[in-house]
Design a protein around this ligand. Sequence first.
Ligand code: PLP
Length: 431
Amino acid sequence: MTGDPRRSIPRTDTLLADQRLAAACQEFGADLVKQVVRDAQQQARAGRIEPAAVLHTALAALPSAPALLRRVINATGVVLHTNLGRAPLSAAAVEAVTAAAGYVDIEYDVATGARARRGRSALDALRAAVPDAGDVHVVNNGAAAIVLAATALAAGREIVVARSEMVEIGDGFRLHELLASTGARLREVGATNRVHRRDYADAVGPDTGFILKVHPSNFRIEGFTSHVGVAELAGLPVPVVADIGSGLLRPEPLLPDEPDAASWLRAGATVVTASGDKLLGGPQAGLLLGGREVIETLRRHPLARALRVDKLTLAALEATLRRPANPTTAALHADERQLRERAGKLAARLAASGITATVTPSEGVVGGGSAPGLTLPGWAVRLPSTLAEPLRRGVPCVVGRVHDGHVLLDLRCVPPAVDDVLAGAVERACS
Ligand SMILES: *Cc1c(COP(=O)(O)O)cnc(C)c1O
């Protein structure tokens, strides 16, 4: 049987000596790589591939690079873009996350060696940021905060809520469905456009768990409308759970219509719930702020364990609270003249490379279901719309706003230090 091609199938150790397979052993583990090699040899033995193709077949069968999330330059002008991960973390928060990735004293008192309240320093930071809250608790996201409050305070009972506040919070999630899933019954009051204090007062009774006040964060009802504020609701003899959504802890002059935790607590809310990754500019988290007793009830509820946040989240949240400068506030407050100047420089550089680029006014928005109707005047570089796809597919990926047959690169959410990287990405997209 001389000339049997199967004789020339490369041996396993010969194949594993290949630098690329050796590197793959480091990355994926030797077991996986050996299996890939055996499969390729088997295919050659079965005559499905040439012996000479074994190495190539094995290499091709290796897992591709790990599917990491792709870095995106957000040139949409939407500050809190849910599809792009909402708030980007500050450098301080990123550092804190990295530090927290190892062993940390998350539930440990280094002084005594005893167990301690989980994430107490992050909770202290939140309490310090909102002195009106007697105590605070943190869960996985805003929706989880509402679910915990509903389950712990109203399961088997009624939640009284205005029809005009039954929001859909994105991707098809509706607050009333979320609430119903907790075993609480919803008692809707008022009309779509108007609700009065007496509607709430008539609905409140022995079966009421709490009144829910929701900031209709992602839409506006205009015209013949009326709503009832937290202060008025707080006069009724039941708890008021108030969902501000946005995560503003204190009033933000730029966003006069956005409620904040401190103001609603002072107005009499029993519990305020909010997201961590909206206007606070922190990690995805659900914040619960209220009196000591009610927060203790929430914290002790069995469901709280299922909604518990990770140490990385607590680390990022604490850093965000203690060092509040972050990309979200920077983008929100970006100076219009500076945006124009940066857009001018970028367009000039691109034009010098032969790219059709002009400077144009651009309206940014807060996004993430916050401050509907509010626009943030800014500036963008306008490029041919054919560039939208190559920009998205490039490294780093650039997501602009397609508008009027062009793609606009709005600089509001692009840190100035990234302008050069952005210019390079556009040049590559054109080549
Ligand atoms: C965003 C939002 C939520 C949901 O918060 P997540 O953190 O996305 O779970 C709930 N209510 C309101 C009013 C919101 O704006």
